[in-house]
Every structure is written in C-alpha cells, then in structure tokens.
Design a protein around this ligand. Structure first.
Ligand SMILES: [Zn+2]
Length: 312
C-alpha cells in the first residue's frame, strides 16, 4: 500500500497517557525532531486543542510547510474516520462527538488523520519496529489494560465504525472476572499488569506491589518466588488462549506483544507458546512468529506519523 515514491516528512502526535508528544519523521522513518510537553488534559477542549496545534506548528516552522505530507494523531478512544470524530474516550471526554480533525485542519491548513492509539502503536511497529517488512500483523499492548491493533495489507483494520481490534475484551475465561465493558473473563482482566497485581494481592505477596515487583519476585528462590512464577504462568496461559484464537482467525505471519510487562517475557512466554501450540492447529503447521515489539512507547508516535503515508 506504500506509495512507490515518498518524499518529505510527516508529523505524528501521541495524545495517550498524560502528556502530548509530537515528532517530525521523514518518509524513510528517520526521527527528525521530537517534543514532549506536559498537557493538562483537565483544562478542557480549547486548552488541549491549542496545545496540539502549537506542538504541530512548532515542528512545521522548523521543517517547513512544503515538505509536510500530513499529520497523524493517535488518541485514546474510538475514531470515526469519515467524520473525524472521537467516540468513547475516557481520557478526553470533551472531544467526544466534537469535530476535532476538522478543527485542527482549519487552524493549520494541513491534512490531519486521527487514529486510535493502540492501532497507531501497531502501525508504528509495522513501519519501523519488529514488524518492518511485514504487512499483516497483530499487536497486543500489555499495560493496565490491554490494547490491540490489527494491521492488514499494511493498513490499520478499523471495522465499520472504527471499533475493530478491541482485543483486550476477547473472552478468555467464560465465567471469569467482571470487566468494565460489561463482559466477564476479558483478556485484560486476566493478562494485564492490573491482573498481575490483583493476583499478587490474592496470593498475599504484598499490599502495594506492582507488576514489576512480581517480575523481580519471580527471579527469587523460595515460596514467594514460586507464587510469582505461578502468576506469570497463568498470565502466559491467558495470553496463549487469546493468541491461539487470533492465529486461527487471521493466519498472519506475526503477532507482537508490547508494554511494561515485557521484562517478564521469560516467565510468561513459555506457557503462552505451549498454550498456543496446544490450541491452534494453524500455529502448529505454520511458521507463525510471536515476538516482542521493539519501539516501546515510541511506537505510537511512529505509527501516527506513518498515517499520512499509509492512508495517502
Ligand atoms: Zn472487557
């Protein structure tokens, strides 16, 4: 899907989390410039909109208007591509059903493309990370929740109202833990950092433990270490159930995992792979790869910047 000849640069914005990051990246994927500013998301629509526009303008002033191919913005929430709306964003409620894309385009006089942040991260890995040269992949971002992104034919798979790729809400335990989405047994209730911490509480591994603590514990001998290793085994099995279904569904060559739980890979990956092997015939008879993503929290920025090329 990539144009044969690309020139110039694009600007990527990552609105995820608590700050606003912006980068100018050329068509070959070289990072030209990066800015990060603390943005107070509680100050409301107009303030955040001004911050976004200012961050873009600063980069455009530095690198020039003629070479700017477009602007991609990764946001937490569902995107209605045609209308340029964000729907259902917990972090940015004041942008819901507001024409944010058109508002930014009008202020800048430049083309803007919105994308869900997990989708943008998957696209970034496809462009410059562990998915380089691969046009079909799935990425799961393991954080407090689990984000999913599906890249098919080099482009984000969005579904008919932009809600495809909500892989954190796949059921992996039929009568499992309740989830805010209304379902129970969602992947993110059984395999996220939050799930690690919840299990650590249930197993009396401490009051204020983090998933990193549970990783550190797993490397220790003794009873606490054994409990921590059990937690990572359960996490791996839950991920394996989800990945087996994804492998069966897509028959893609590559599935990536990213996020703050990756340091514990050596503990959760073996039971994860075993589970996929047991549950997926497609996996057993193909050379399907399950790998760690490589861009970390830069993935969303790269993916956002890639949007003007992939959607061009
Ligand atoms: Zn759910």
């Amino acid at each position: 899907m990539m144009p044969v000849h690309m020139a110039g640069y694009s600007i990527g914005i990552d609105l995820g989390g608590t700050n606003l990051r912006a980068a100018a990246i050329d068509s070959e994927g070289n990072l030209l410039d990066k800015t990060a500013g603390a943005t107070n998301f509680t100050e409301g629509r107009e303030a955040v909109l001004s911050d976004i526009v200012a961050a873009i303008q600063k980069l455009r002033d530095q690198h020039g208007s003629p070479g700017l191919a477009g602007i991609g913005i990764g946001v937490p929430g569902f995107i209605r591509m045609k209308e340029g709306f964000i729907t259902s964003s917990n972090n940015l409620p004041y942008f819901e059903n507001f024409p944010i894309r058109d508002a930014i385009e009008q202020r800048l006089g430049a083309r803007v493309i919105l994308e869900n942040d997990a989708n943008a991260a998957a696209l970034g890995e496809k462009w410059m990370g562990a998915g380089r040269g691969v046009d079909d992949l799935v990425m799961l971002t393991l954080g407090t929740g689990i984000g999913g992104g599906i890249i098919s034919g080099g482009r984000v798979l969005r579904g008919f109202v932009g809600m495809a790729g909500e892989l954190g809400h796949m059921t992996v335990v039929p009568n499992g833990n309740p989830c805010g989405c209304g379902n129970q047994g969602c992947l993110e209730k059984h395999a996220s950092a939050t799930a690690v911490v919840a299990m650590a509480h249930m197993m009396h591994l401490g009051e204020n433990v983090t998933s990193k603590d549970v990783y550190d514990l797993a490397r220790q001998p003794g009873e606490a270490g054994e409990k921590a290793r059990v937690i990572w085994r359960i996490i791996g099995e839950s991920l394996g159930v989800a990945l087996a279904t994804l492998v069966n569904t897509f028959n893609f060559p590559l599935y990536l995992l990213s996020g703050g739980m990756l340091p514990a890979w050596d503990y959760f990956a073996p039971p994860m792979i075993e589970t996929i092997q047991r549950r997926s015939y497609t996996y057993r008879v193909t050379q399907t790869l399950i790998k760690q993503a490589t861009l970390g929290n830069e993935a969303g920025l790269f993916g956002a910047a890639y949007l003007p090329w992939s959607e061009g």
